[in-house]
Design a protein around this ligand. Sequence first.
Ligand SMILES: NC(=O)c1ccc[n+]([C@@H]2O[C@H](COP(=O)([O-])OP(=O)(O)OC[C@H]3O[C@@H](n4cnc5c(N)ncnc54)[C@H](O)[C@@H]3O)[C@@H](O)[C@H]2O)c1
Length: 327
Amino acid sequence: MRIFVTGGAGYVGSHCVRDLIKAGHEVTVFDNLSNGHRAAVDPRAAFVRGDLADGELVSRTLRSGFDAVMHFAASINVGESVEQPLLYYRNNVANGLILLESMRDTGVRKIVFSSTCAIYGVPPAQPIVETMPADPINAYGRTKLAIEWMLRDCAAAWGLGSVSLRYFNAAGASSDAAIGEDHRPEFHLIPLVLQVAQGRRAAIKVFGTDYETHDGSCVRDYVHVEDLAAAHTRAVEWLRPAQIAAFNVGTGRGRSVLEVIAAARTVTGHVIPTETGPRRAGDPPELYANPDRLMAALGWTPRFVNLEDTIRTAWDWMRRMPDGYRD
Ligand SMILES: NC(=O)c1ccc[n+]([C@@H]2O[C@H](COP(=O)([O-])OP(=O)(O)OC[C@H]3O[C@@H](n4cnc5c(N)ncnc54)[C@H](O)[C@@H]3O)[C@@H](O)[C@H]2O)c1
């Protein structure tokens, strides 16, 4: 297939691009490099530097003939979305709308969309299943849910097929340490913990140690980025026009912040000092997936179930590229 990948220079997108190429697909990456890196894009992929707000450029590029779109491009920081909601509605919803209009106009009928567990808000129980109500508690989650709604309406109106992959916490780096996570500023737990191990930060702050979890810290589901990539490749190959699906993508195991830090100590051999801070507003105590629907429909299983193995890939990448990408 010829696949148009928005945000393919970002963390998750760049790993998916590699997986698609490995599976024999032809990839064009479309990215404005606002938060991604040219060096993260597999050299075998075509690259268009552009912004989704530029609907003419999106349509012109799509018109060259694509079988499917993978849509990773978005603004991704939950805290920032609370402070600047309209920035998030513009980039995630308005620019997503431009992409869907271009797909409609150029006859591209399949999309795999990067959704998120943030659409569930504070779910009634754990693990989370797809049938639980979508009730996001921040602008980031609401912008992602808005796109899921648009996909549903477009399926009925003009036969758009879509898979929304609701990721839990993406983690790790490519197994060969060629590409990895480099957000600036970084706000994801595992790279922050590893930056302490590198000596770039004095300590890791643990926000809340009085949650009703087994050790008092927040619990999340860390899914390896290569497993996420494999889910995307399977999804795009499985999808048919007018079909709609939404799948959780997680390991099915919750890991606490303190467990992540302990695993990072084992992997790196560094002490990794911690500081305790108050709970952050809007941080649910526990979020982990029931991935059964994805496993049953697409035959997907996570290769990385051991947290230390996941962290080791991130650590190998950070040791190879201590300053991240150089661009
Ligand atoms: N990282 C996670 O743990 C996680 C969890 C759940 C969902 N997601 C979703 O997965 C997707 C990828 O996340 P990520 O961590 O790789 O983020 P990222 O910031 O590394 O990648 C996003 C990419 O999109 C590009 N981009 C943003 N706005 C654009 C625009 N208007 N036009 C063109 N390119 C644009 C950025 O330059 C960047 O390369 C996002 O949609 C995010 O919401 C991520």
